[in-house]
Design a protein around this ligand. Sequence first.
Ligand code: SRM
Ligand code: SF4
Length: 567
Amino acid sequence: MSHQLSKVEQVKASSRHLRGTIASELAQNSDAFTEDTAQLLKFHGVYQQEDRDRRKEARARGLPKLHMMMVRTRVPGGVVSPDGYIAHDDIAGRWGNGSLRLTTRQDFQLHGVLKGDLREAIHSINRSLLTTLGGCGDQERNIMSCPAPVSDPFRTAVSAAVSDLVRALTPSTRAYHEIWIDGALADTSAPSDEDESLYGEQYLPRKFKTAVALDGDNCVDVYANDLGLVARSRDGDDLDGFEVLVGGGLGRTHNKPETFPTVAMPLAHVDASEVVAVSRAVVGVQRDWGNRTDRRHARLKYLVHDRGIEWFFDRVQERVDFRLQPPRPLRWKPVDDHLGWHEQGDGLLFYGLYVENGRIADTAGSAMRTGLRRLVDQLRPSLRITAQQNLIICGIAPAERAVVQQLLGDHGISPSESLPNALRHSMACPAVPTCGLAVAEAERVMPDVIREIAALLDELGLGDERISVRMTGCPNGCARPYLGDVGFVGTTLGKYDVYLGGDFEGTRLNHLYAHNVRLEELARVLRSPLTAFRDERQPHESFGNWCHRIGVDAIRERHADALAVAS
Ligand code: SRM
Ligand code: SF4
């Protein structure tokens, strides 16, 4: 095995705290950045991409690649001010592809921004008091937490803890400010007083993700994270402390069994006042011990897997000056997706709006982007992005409820409450045309697939069931398909692996049910298991739990005939 540092490690090490040659390349009149700079740009929330729809045609006609940038804004807990929303909507219209994307980690993404417009676009995001720093790259990513705007002392304390964590885990480099905000960059050396104490010169070996779940409510899919924190309440009121989970992650590579998805495992219980220190310690262990030679084996989950949770516990313990307490058992209630009308507890209401696959756009079916923009301009509500790619409109006075309904209705936006359950609980990643790693479609084909599944569920009398269906265009797992009741994972253009047996609470992985199923067969392969579930389930048993109890292998054997024709 080679022990040479990976190429990205060398780029980071010589970047002088993420400066590199970003500023000088920005000033050049070209449509793309160099490869090294593209790696550094990720830390600033920017991905250099290519329009894959155009790729074939361009190659055939001898035309160059059409480069464009994806910009990801980090939105802790998904909390967005009206100005933050308006800034993103403006960029989407002026410089982007005309749509806004809400992500599975409660962020905004803008696609299709050209290099020449990048600085202005990021500047305007910053003016709205949001940042793209930490959107991507080998550092702490967006910290997720339950977005429901309910006011009670427990949630208020958890929000304060999230803010503390964001401050404590964000890089200290001033490079971001110099490049995107000041712009007056004379040289690109890191000032000698700049102290990047948490990350060092080389930052982390790989991306690092943290989510904060609330006692009993796993709407953020906490088990998918490198660091999962579950806030415990005392008597349902005050914040008592946190359960600390480590080593979750879903990415894998086809035909490479040494890469695998796994759920985070319990490490310790800590008091509320200790959560920042323990989180920095976990990040520090990964910084010092994580694999820097092989990026496919560099996530924290492999460190925990290879060394063992006891070893990991000892490394964290020696970095904090308090005793880590043994983890306490966790119990989960069914996940609340926060859609529809709810009371906030302060006399105001919030409305959870379903956004199909997180894409806010004007389409033939509905003018969602225009409608939401009017609503934000007119009522200026605070907004929250959910971990299921949906949007919460907050702080609506009861007298304004009708105005919201009218505005949504006028723009052809379906009320969340009217949607079939299958749609409501589905997610798909962007995949083609923007994602360079996609081997199959996801967001563009999921609308048809999920409607077929909804019709099937209705036909079988299962329309009221809560079944989560998640699709991705490759095995990296961006829409968390391995944690759904049903997961579709692209294997090649037009084909998907089908996974069954996860649970609606997102606490366990599902299992491979069928390999390489054709897109047009996806709904059909679910027919036999769904029919058997309907006929054999125990009272109140969910589809995922039934699959888990019977065993995915056993279900496959029973329905081998139906599967044979699907691939
Ligand atoms: Fe992801 C890479 C989109 C959540 C695992 N992800 C990508 C890139 C940036 C492709 C690339 O590297 O070139 C995708 C950009 C596509 C595009 O055109 O927009 C991409 N990931 C997304 C989003 C937008 C999907 C969505 O439908 O919302 C999500 C943005 C989250 C955010 O705001 O930060 C997104 N990605 C996830 C999640 C889910 C989560 O974190 O809860 C996962 C699984 C959890 C995990 O990290 O293990 C995930 N994305 C990956 C991986 C696999 C990482 C690994 O350990 O192997 C990659 C590829 C990589 O890092 O090499 C990846
Ligand atoms: Fe791209 Fe794969 Fe992530 Fe989908 S799952 S966005 S195809 S990396």
